[in-house]
Write a protein that binds this ligand. Structure first.
Ligand code: SAM
Length: 201
């Protein structure tokens, strides 16, 4: 990752969400995006120009636009029409960003548009977050990385976040994933746990 004076940045066109520029680079705001928040909290995350990424829950393209600045191709899945309009605008200026209007629960519908990927990044804030990841794992290459941004309150508002996080980690292991790092996104994003996994087989 490119870091200037302790600030995570990416090199690309500005103007996606009013981000600041630093030495001609786009500041990747950890308060607006969970990816740099996880890095600042110690997650050993990296992106490179030969990577293909499947991004589930792209919203209006805030985080996706930074990921696209780093990698070869991002397949960005979003099911809500309004953020999808913004995402299409972001993709107009980034030819390596493929916006896909689809439900991440139904990978069989958009599978024909997606190649095998090196990373799955999921940020969907749904009750069945682990199950959505499981359904999309066939796209991930052996040795590839799955990043789950778990929002515990979307799973169950009444149960403690750590209990839901532990249950989710068990589900990920049952899917054959090895969890290499897990941590909260405090103080940047409340009630979120980032789980970094490797698909071993
Ligand atoms: N990742 C985004 C970012 O950092 O810029 C923010 C994502 S926001 C927390 C969650 C998004 O996931 C919403 O835009 C929502 O519409 C989308 N989403 C939720 N469930 C989905 C599903 N089953 N399929 C596709 N998108 C979904």
């Amino acid at each position: 990752m490119k870091v200037i004076r302790g600030t995570i940045v990416s090199e690309g066109e500005g103007g996606v969400y009013g981000e600041r520029m630093l030495n001609g680079c786009r500041v990747w705001d950890p308060h607006r995006s969970k990816f740099p928040a996880a890095i600042l909290n110690g997650a050993p995350l990296d992106l490179s120009s030969d990577m293909r990424v499947l991004y589930l829950g792209a919203a209006n393209g805030t985080t996706v636009s930074h990921v696209a600045d780093y990698v070869e191709t991002v397949y960005a899945v979003e099911f809500a029409p309004r953020p999808m309009q913004d995402l299409i605008e972001v993709a107009r200026r980034r030819l390596n960003l493929v916006p896909i209007m689809g439900d991440a629960n139904r990978p069989e519908v958009y599978g024909c548009f997606v190649e095998a990927v090196d990373m799955i990044y999921q940020d969907v804030a749904q009750p069945n977050q682990a199950d959505i990841l499981r359904k999309n794992l066939p796209f991930l290459k052996k040795g590839g990385i799955a990043i789950l941004m778990l929002k515990a309150r979307s799973v169950d508002v009444r149960r403690p976040s750590e209990e839901i996080a532990e249950e989710t980690r068990m589900s990920l292991r049952e899917m054959g994933l090895t969890i290499t790092w897990s941590g909260t996104l405090d103080p940047f994003h409340k009630d979120h746990t980032c789980m970094l996994c490797v698909k071993e087989a």
